[in-house]
Write a protein that binds this ligand. Structure first.
Ligand code: HEM
Length: 268
């Protein structure tokens, strides 16, 4: 599925900015986007698509660097897939779906370190929302319903859902890709990918989820095949929330912005 970089026409037809530029120059009115629409679409893609995927991939690399046995297991799986290819032949999209540990590593990273931690919803009609699990209120009583009123604003925490012990089990707070492979039940069927809520769910779910997953598959497989990754104990990563996203930062260097520290050794 490689796009030949030497072919600008094909590249323009396939990349998002090329498509937006063509829409601006389109001859037919119904195909045409105005400049403010092009800019609005571009900022949606940059905000929704770039930081989310980049920070998820950065955390994934850090987790592999701090879990060398999992990194080795993943490398063995990826190398076995490449072994069936000719020299310099890339993997095909279908190949990535045949790499169970790679996909488990991606799901588990998205689950535990969700980049979109919370979304908001405005209530349109008075409603009583049934809860899957009882919730203990401040006065100690338990409830299984949540009454909401028109005009209220709801904050829905994906981070909390992704760490619910009732859904993920007692080890919900641990990074354990094997949970997706060891046959244990996951007590939920929502979410667009692996029952995690990173990409939200339903009609307003992420439009780019599959694209993001493919990006993570390709980048992770290539990096793990090419480099051994490690980090320094002093370069601890923590997740820092801003209004929309949780971003990885180095402890003590929060003001330097999102980053992880990796040492790479090329594999012969
Ligand atoms: C790991 C990467 C990503 C995560 C965690 C993520 C997460 C999300 C979430 C949670 C929403 C729903 C927001 C809400 O309901 O308020 C959303 C919506 C959206 N995402 Fe993503 N996203 C990712 C990657 C991408 C990529 C790569 C693209 C585009 C290429 C993209 C495009 C969009 C768009 C256009 C929407 C708005 C959909 C709508 O409102 O109908 N996302 N994303």
């Amino acid at each position: 599925m490689q796009v030949p970089l030497s072919d600008p026409k094909e590249r323009e037809q396939k990349d998002v900015s090329g498509l937006l530029a063509s829409s601006f120059h389109a001859s037919y009115l119904e195909d045409k986007l105005q400049m403010d629409e092009v800019l609005a679409q571009m900022s949606t893609f940059l905000l929704a698509g770039q930081e989310t995927t980049a920070s998820s991939e950065a955390v994934l690399m850090y987790l592999l660097a701090t879990h060398p046995a999992d990194q080795e297991r993943l490398r063995a799986e990826v190398q076995a897939m490449y072994a069936g290819k000719a020299v310099n032949e890339p993997l095909e999209p279908a190949d990535y779906d045949k790499l169970p540990f790679l996909n488990a590593v991606i799901k588990e990273t998205l689950r535990l370190y969700t980049s979109v931690h919370t979304v908001t919803r405005h209530v349109d009609v008075d409603e009583v929302i049934p809860l899957a699990y009882p919730v203990t209120l401040e006065d100690g009583s338990k409830t299984t319903t949540l009454p909401v009123q028109r005009g209220e604003r709801l904050l829905l925490s994906f981070r909390m859902y992704n760490r619910l012990r009732a859904v993920w089990g007692d080890d919900a707070a641990e990074w354990n890709p094997n949970r997706f492979l060891d046959g244990r039940p996951i007590h939920s069927n929502i979410g667009l990918f692996g029952n995690v809520m990173n990409f939200s769910s339903g009609v307003r779910g992420c439009l780019g989820w599959k694209f993001a997953v493919v990006e993570m598959q390709v980048v992770t497989a290539l990096l793990v095949k090419t480099f051994e990754m490690s980090t320094l104990p002093s370069a601890k990563v923590k997740m820092l929330p801003n209004q929309f996203l949780l971003m990885p930062v180095l402890e003590g260097k929060e003001d330097e912005g999102p980053q992880v520290f990796l040492q790479l050794r090329a594999i012969d």
